[in-house]
Design a protein around this ligand. Structure first.
Ligand code: AMP
Ligand code: GLY
Length: 348
């Protein structure tokens, strides 16, 4: 089998590493991939958002299975485009990816389907947002509606900071179009964990829990990043809590998306706050987490290609998903300056 992995980060390296262990995989391509994977994958110089070029490549090379890492191509409809050309691809459709692409959509969806999350308001007019913020309780969280590479959420301790955040997101458009609509939500206290799940649109099989380190420096200091490291499993999620998360959050979400005609096949990522009132959803992603995937996949027993194929066929119950004992940890090395402006392509 020939496999194409779309993306070029540590997450995609972990995917390539795990896929390469499958008995049925003969050749792996990665677009664009990265220098770390050159022994296991042939690198193809196509950016993940060039959906049409990727589809043409897959047709030309007779790729049997395409696996998508990042959110951008999913939200651009790469799965729909491949399916139209009768190419086999693993991931959710554009309609299902809306759960990550729009925070306003995700919050309203959770409210409609009784999925526990922080209470919230959605604003499209900066003046209305300011009026609300004048008499709101603090701290609270302001989030750009659209994709912002993990940097679109600002925890505001007081009114001044909240007003400035509205100016930056909605008026100065620091996140571009992503900030023209904002979600303002209640600040949740607790321990933050990630639970990703395999789903075929009907059944849900959760992965071991994990936790990423969001701040740039040790001890939780400095600005938030896309994630500076991760470990799995966490001691915050025991088997009872995992069952509760599976039933009350993951299964509810998958069933709700199906009901709305947005059947979700792929990896559903739940970013959760374990509060005193139980687990609540901070965000959903429509894909594997980065860096969480680097610590979760090494704990997975069995064949990832078989799991992916069973999901595509809508037969997840046939897949063999088992977890090995033990733990995994990962540390991210980043170029100086990150998460601000930084130099790319430096020698390691
Ligand atoms: P998000 O972009 O929604 O994942 O938010 C980014 C980060 O901000 C999360 O990983 C949390 O650390 C923090 N955060 C977001 N929403 C909340 C909330 N309601 N309460 C507390 N922290 C939050
Ligand atoms: N580690 C956070 C994410 O993948 O969105």
């Amino acid at each position: 089998m020939k496999v194409l992995v779309v993306g070029g980060g540590g997450r995609e390296h972990a995917l390539v590493w795990k896929l390469a262990q499958s008995a049925v995989v003969r050749k792996i391509y990665a677009a664009p991939g990265n220098a770390g994977m050159f022994r296991k994958a042939e690198l193809v110089n196509i950016a993940p958002d060039r959906v049409k070029d990727l589809a043409e490549f897959a047709l030309r090379q007779k790729i049997d299975l395409t696996v998508v890492g990042p959110e951008l191509p999913l939200t651009l409809g790469i799965v729909d485009a491949f399916q139209k050309r009768r190419l086999r691809i693993f991931g959710p459709t554009q309609a299902a990816s809306e759960i990550e692409a729009s925070k306003a959509f995700a919050k309203r969806f959770m409210q409609a389907h009784h999925i526990p999350t922080a209470s919230f308001m959605v604003f499209e007019d900066p003046n209305r947002a300011r009026t609300f913020l004048r008499s709101a309780a603090y701290p609270l969280v302001i989030k750009a509606d659209g994709l912002a590479a993990g940097k679109g959420a600002v925890i505001c301790e007081a009114k001044d900071e909240a007003m400035q955040t509205i100016d930056r997101m909605m008026v100065a458009q620091e996140f571009g179009q992503a900030g023209s609509r904002v979600v303002i939500e209640k600040y949740l206290e607790g321990e933050e964990v990630t639970v990703m799940a395999f789903t075929d649109g009907k059944r849900v099989v959760p992965m071991v829990s994990s936790q990423d380190h969001k701040a740039i420096f040790d001890g939780g200091e400095g600005p938030n990043t896309g994630g500076m490291g991760a470990y799995a499993p966490t001691r915050f999620v025991d088997s009872r809590l995992m069952q509760q998360i599976t039933e009350e959050i993951l299964e509810q979400t998958v069933a709700g998306l199906s009901q709305e005609g947005r059947s979700f096949k792929g990896i559903l990522y739940a970013g959760l706050m374990i509060t005193r009132q139980g687990p609540k959803v901070i965000e959903f992603n429509c894909r594997f987490g980065d860096p969480e995937t680097q610590v979760v996949l090494p704990l997975l027993e069995g064949d990832l290609v078989e799991i992916f194929l069973s999901i595509i066929e809508g037969e997840l119950e046939l897949a063999d998903v088992r977890w090995r004992d033990g733990a995994a940890a990962c540390v991210v090395l980043a170029s100086e300056g990150y998460p601000g402006p930084y130099e790319k392509g430096r020698r390691i």
